[in-house]
Design a protein around this ligand. Structure first.
Ligand code: 26V
Length: 812
């Protein structure tokens, strides 16, 4: 690396001069960023190569984490941190009159994911590399990531995110490792001499999958793993042949574009599985390229096929890559001559699956006709898997038609991807204790009855390196000064902070750090949004995708209620608060977009009303992203985790806030339940229906939102303000739909039911915040207990229980 700051400076200057033909004074900020990133990339290369060679020579088992999304965030700062040169580089740049944090801002934030599922994948990669585990990501190199969100008249407008327009300096294109993926066509079979069937695949459309590799740098070790992102390109032979056949150049271009469309854009809807052909193509493209390349690299080991599961673990992040199951079967049988039984055993023993949601509308299923025409051989295999599975069920439950129909993989003209994933893998996990229990006892009960040993829980985690050490350096220093630095390698040791409960100067320091972070955020909000916020006010933050079940609407109604209270009694003693929101709605999710519009309207009203704007402010930050999260979380006091109980599988934002000393205001849902278990009633704010109460309501059908409306004057008043003339409606009918969802359609997510207890919990928050010392203590307890939620803990559990891999000891 760099032996000292001076060496860094001279290498950096040479890089600028030799690679870009610029000097420190003539280079633009982006040039400077590129030069710095380029230099760091070169430094990574040695360990990258060494890691790869080490894995090959030692024949270590490799984990391949298949995910349609990797929400990596910016890489420069994190790479510097993990390479142990952050301060050195920062000081060196400072000498040259440059600011590292300003340069970091020049990197575009690759939005190759929707939300929690994609960010989890990124945290996992960081933990795998940092724990010396041989695990890599396989994903798609979307040309357009998550859309850019703008507000026009308070409404969400989406613009394409052409993130590659700024060169992505971390990737390496590897055309020599291209893989051919095949779509469409026909399958014919012939019987061989031994009576074995041989399948021939013809008239298919070939397309090249080109890998782009991104290094994943471990923390203070020599491991550099790989995130491999596949990009779709036409095969030259095929395009030329097509052009010749059709004799027209126009067709050639059209054809080229239709093939490239496969890795063109990220589907921005994480709430409904729509059954679009292009999405299925994307899924198979990732899977086929990935599995073929894994099989190729296994073959270099010269081992029998039966040892495949000892050398490769294929993990599927939700059902989106579930076609790895039939694809591995296809390759083993059709290309390698392995028989069905052995191929099935190999497949099952290699594949494992994580479920991330129980929302029925997000569960994937594909029309049989579509799968059959797009992937004829894959469909035959799925059909056979289904056939054999149903026969086995029949032997265990003879005559139980209902059960077999319920569990079948192919039924009602659909291929059910969750069923395929469960039947084809050896491990199925949920992402928090409550979520896993819901899978076992309810959503997947019959599968659990059939395969009880396959189900297990792996509570999610977050990388403390990005979310604490990089996002909140002052807090990191304070912690290390208090308890030493062992917590960095063993985040569980953060509990040592509990010994500081009576240490007043330390509690004050925590407070000062939070205050400083709040001032930084306020300045940034002023600069970018033109809104003045008071850093002394409570920073109350609700950042996540916009979805009915996440109940941003509950938060919004509460703010309307506060506004009403303040207006009717200007002398009301209220603790000043700033409500922050960040949320993207799926472009086709009409209701979610209405909620965005409502929150922006509330912000407009509240922020401009001199009777209230000294006490409350509302800031809706547009274009919420990983980098915005890194700014806002360290500056938060209150973490809004208010999903309707049973609906949020885990949540991971909740963990990031906790680790940065914010207090959770939440329902007993997802991982909130585990946060509550760790910090106890005194150190977070729980409200609302519990999961069993929700189920009771479902069972009895006894919830009536109208009854709440009739009986609670506050609810009545705020809801009426949505449709009658009021500062919020301005006499328009814009929010009629929200009113109808809550009253006419009986409030699917129990917003009104939980309103009263939410208001109470919010009152308690305000009261407690005024008792500074106690609040700081609560904050300390949260930080101290957050180590469990490091993704290092999560990944160690996956490594031990699911993947059966150990640390690679040949690397430091
Ligand atoms: C679903 C779909 C449906 C098809 C179209 C594209 C698409 C993209 C994403 C999804 C995933 C929805 C599931 C999901 O993101 N679950 C979240 O996973 C987090 C990590 O485990 C967890 O913390 C959140 O609670 C859970 O909602």
């Amino acid at each position: 690396m760099f032996s000292d700051k001076e060496e860094f400076k001279s290498e950096f200057k040479s890089q600028l001069e030799e690679k870009l033909g610029k000097t420190v004074t003539t280079a633009s900020d982006f040039d400077t960023y590129r030069a710095l990133g380029g230099l760091i990339r070169e430094k990574i290369n040695k360990n990258w190569l060494k890691t790869d060679q080490g894995y090959r020579e030692n024949k270590n088992k490799q984990v391949y984490y298949f995910s349609m999304e990797f929400l990596m965030g910016r890489l420069l700062g994190n790479n510097l941190l993990n390479m142990n040169v952050l301060s050195l580089v920062e000081d060196g740049l400072d000498d040259l009159g440059l600011s590292l944090s300003e340069l970091e801002e020049k990197e575009s934030d690759p939005g190759l994911g929707n939300g929690g599922l994609g960010r989890l994948a990124a945290c996992f990669l960081d933990s795998l590399a940092s724990l010396n585990l041989a695990g890599h990501g396989y994903g798609l190199r979307y040309k357009y990531g998550m859309f850019d969100q703008h507000f026009i008249d308070g409404k969400q407008v989406e613009l394409p995110d052409y993130w590659l327009s700024k060169e992505f300096i971390w990737e390496v294109r590897r055309p020599e490792e291209a893989i051919e993926v095949r779509f469409g066509g026909h399958v014919s079979s012939t019987k061989g001499e031994n009576g074995k069937l041989h399948f021939k695949y013809e008239d298919y459309e070939p397309i090249n999958a080109i890998p782009y590799d991104v290094p994943v740098v471990g923390y203070h070790n020599e491991t550099v793993n790989t995130l491999r992102l596949w990009s779709a390109e036409p095969t030259i032979e095929n395009t030329v042949a097509k052009a010749e056949k059709e004799g027209e150049f126009g067709h050639f271009l059209q054809h080229k574009r239709s093939l490239e469309a496969i890795s063109e854009f990220l589907y921005p809807d994480d709430s409904t599985a729509e059954g679009k052909e292009l999405r299925l193509k994307q899924e198979y493209f990732l899977v086929s390229a990935g599995v073929q390349s894994i099989v190729q690299s296994f073959e270099t080991l010269g081992l029998p096929w039966s040892s495949f599961p000892e050398k490769a673990a294929l993990h599927i992040n939700d059902t989106h890559p579930a076609l790895v199951i039939p694809e591995l079967m296809r390759i083993l049988m059709d290309e390698k001559g392995v028989g069905w039984e052995e191929a099935w055993e190999i497949t099952q023993n290699s594949v494992s699956y994580t479920n991330h949601t129980t929302l029925s509308e997000a569960l994937e299923s594909w029309p049989v006709g579509l799968v059959r025409s797009l992937l004829p051989r894959i469909f035959m295999i799925i059909d056979e898997i289904n056939e054999r599975f149903c026969q086995a069920l029949w032997r265990t439950y003879p005559g139980d038609f209902d059960r077999i129909a319920d569990l079948a993989i192919v039924a009602d003209g659909q291929v059910k991807m969750a069923h395929l994933s469960i039947v084809g893998s050896h491990s199925i996990n949920g992402v928090a204790k409550l979520h896993t229990e819901i899978l076992k006892k309810r959503e997947m009960k019959r599968f659990y009855d059939t395969f009880p040993d396959r189900f297990n829980n792996k509570t999610n985690g977050i990388t403390h390196r990005r979310w604490l050490m990089h996002a909140n350096r002052p807090l990191t220093s304070a912690i290390t000064e208090a308890i030493g630095e062992d917590w960095i390698r063993q985040p569980g040791q953060l509990t040592k902070l509990l010994n500081r409960k009576d240490d007043l100067p330390f509690l004050d320091r925590l407070h000062d750090i939070k205050q400083k972070n709040k001032i930084d955020l306020s300045n940034w909000v002023q600069e970018t949004q033109g809104i003045a916020v008071d850093p002394e006010s409570i920073f109350d933050v609700h950042i996540k995708r916009l979805h009915g079940y996440k109940r941003q609407l509950l938060n919004a109604l509460h703010i309307m209620h506060l506004y009403n209270e303040l207006k009717s009694d200007p002398t009301l003693d209220i603790v000043p608060r700033t409500f922050f929101f960040g949320a993207k709605a799926a472009p086709s999710y009409h209701f979610a977009k209405k909620v965005i519009q409502l929150i922006n309207r509330i912000a407009d009203v509240v922020n401009h009303d001199p009777d209230v704007n000294e006490y409350i402010k509302v800031v809706f930050l547009p274009n919420y992203s990983v980098s915005i999260a890194e700014r806002i979380i360290p500056a938060s006091n209150v973490s809004e985790q208010i999903s309707m109980a049973t609906k949020e599988a885990s949540g991971t934002g909740n963990m990031k806030f906790m680790m940065n000393g914010a207090l959770t205001l939440g329902t007993m849902d997802g991982a909130n339940v585990e946060i509550h278990e760790l910090v106890g009633d005194d150190n977070l704010y729980i409200f609302g229906l519990r999961s069993d109460e929700v189920w009771d309501y479902y069972r009895n059908g006894s919830y009536s939102s109208k009854a709440v409306y009739e009986n609670d004057q506050r609810v009545r008043h705020t809801l009426d303000q949505l449709i009658h003339y009021s500062p919020f409606s301005k006499g328009e009918t814009e929010f009629q739909e929200i009113y109808d969802a809550l009253l006419t359609y009986n409030d699917e997510y129990f917003v009104l039911k939980d309103f009263a207890s939410y208001v109470l919990a919010q009152k308690k928050v305000s009261q407690d915040y005024q008792r500074k010392r106690q609040w700081n203590l609560k904050s300390l307890v949260n930080i101290a207990q957050s180590g469990v939620f490091s993704s290092d803990r999560t990944i160690q559990e996956y490594a031990r229980d699911i993947w059966d891999i150990q640390r690679v000891t040949t690397l430091k």
